[in-house]
Design a protein around this ligand. Sequence first.
Ligand code: HEC
Length: 205
Amino acid sequence: MKFITRYCVYLLPLFALSACETGHETGYNPLNDYTQLDPATIFATPEPLPSSNYSTEQLARGKYMVGLLGCGSCHTDGALVGAPDPARLLAGSDTGIAYTSPFIDDNPGVVYPRNLTPDMETGLGTWTMSRLVDMIRVGTVDHSGRSIPVMPWPAFASITTEDAFSIAAYLKSLRPVRHQVPANVNPGQKAKAPFVHFGVYQTIQ
Ligand code: HEC
C-alpha cells in the first residue's frame, strides 16, 4: 500500500494517473489535496525608523538589499499565498514551508518564516548585530551550529560584511510589530497551521 502510494508520487506528473490506476488507490492523485497558488511577486519593504546607531546610507542600503533579496517573499505574512498583509511586512508568516515532501510523508517537517522586526518577544529585539549578520551569512539560528532549512542562506553567503551589516541594521531599525509565528513542526508531527511546499520534480524516462 505504502509502496504503491510512493510509486505513484515518483511518477508525477506525466504518468501519475496511469500508474495509479493499476494500484490499490485507483485514481489517487496527491495534488488533489492541494490548491494551486500564485505567491506574491512584489515585496514591499517598510521605511526604517530614524536611528542614532546607524547611518542613513546604511539603512537605505539595508532596505534596498532586503527588497532585492526578496526576504519578504517568505517573511511577510500572506506573501506565500499571494496576499501580503501590509500591516505585517517582514513580521513573520502564519503560513509555513514544508522542507520534506508532503507527497511522500503525510506529515512533513514545516518551518515558519520568523518575525524579522525588532519586537522584543516575538521578533529580533534581543538579537545582537553579530548574531544577525552570522545568521544571514551562514544560516545558523543558535550557538549549537544548527543550520536552518528552507531559507536560502547559501545564496546569500558570498555577501560582503558591509551589506550583511546593512541588512541587520535595517531590520533592527524597523518599527517593532508584535506577531508570534506558529512553532516549527518536526517531520512526522501534524502541522496545525497551513503550509506550502516548493518542489523541483523530474520526469522519469
Ligand atoms: C524561501 C523563504 C525565505 C527567504 C527568501 C528568507 N528567509 Fe529567513 N527564514 C525562513 C524560514 C523558513 C526561517 C525559519 C527557519 C527555522 O526556524 O528553522 C527563517 C529564519 C530567519 C531568521 C532567524 C530568525 C529567528 O527568529 O530565528 C532570520 C534572521 C532571517 N530568516 C532573515 C532573513 C533575511 C534577512 C532574508 C533576506 C536576505 C531572509 N531571511 C530570506 C525563510 C526565508
